[in-house]
Design a protein around this ligand. Structure first.
Ligand SMILES: [Zn+2]
Length: 142
């Protein structure tokens, strides 16, 4: 069974009607068996259903999330730019480099940044070396 909202083109009245299938609707319409119960006109048409409201709401929520993510990404990228300009990249030697700065009073004009493991971070913290963890977006993601 399929329910259609029908509209009479002559008096503009709308009403719901059940059909066994969309073919049945077409068949009845062709034979002019569909009549307006108000003015008896046979100019009956299907109205376009608009069930898309909930979908578009969902979409706009998704849009907002994407926008939020994009804004956050912009912020992260700005940080990254700042860090790249003002810090030296030491790659995976981060823990080693941080320690050599800490223990040997190595003179650094710039701070350093790099990658390290969670275990290393934990060790560094226990050794009293403060590090900052920040989200990092690889450039090739763009
Ligand atoms: Zn009518």
């Amino acid at each position: 069974m399929i329910k259609y909202r029908l509209i009479c083109k002559d008096c503009n009245i709308t009403f719901d009607s059940w059909f066994s299938s969309s073919n049945e609707y077409e068949r009845l319409k062709k034979k002019k068996f569909l009549n307006c119960h108000n003015c008896n006109s046979s100019s009956i048409h299907k109205t376009l259903m608009s069930p898309s409201i909930s979908t578009s709401k969902k979409n706009s929520m998704m849009d907002k999330k994407i926008q939020k993510y994009k804004r956050a990404k912009q912020t992260i990228l700005k940080y990254q730019e700042f860090i790249k300009k003002n810090f030296d990249y030491v790659g995976e030697n981060f823990a080693y480099e941080v320690r050599s700065i800490h223990y040997n009073n190595k003179k650094m004009s710039k701070g350093i940044y790099g990658t390290t493991t969670k275990e290393d971070l934990k060790d560094l913290k226990e050794e009293g070396i403060e590090t900052e963890i920040m989200p990092w977006i690889e450039d090739n993601e763009n």
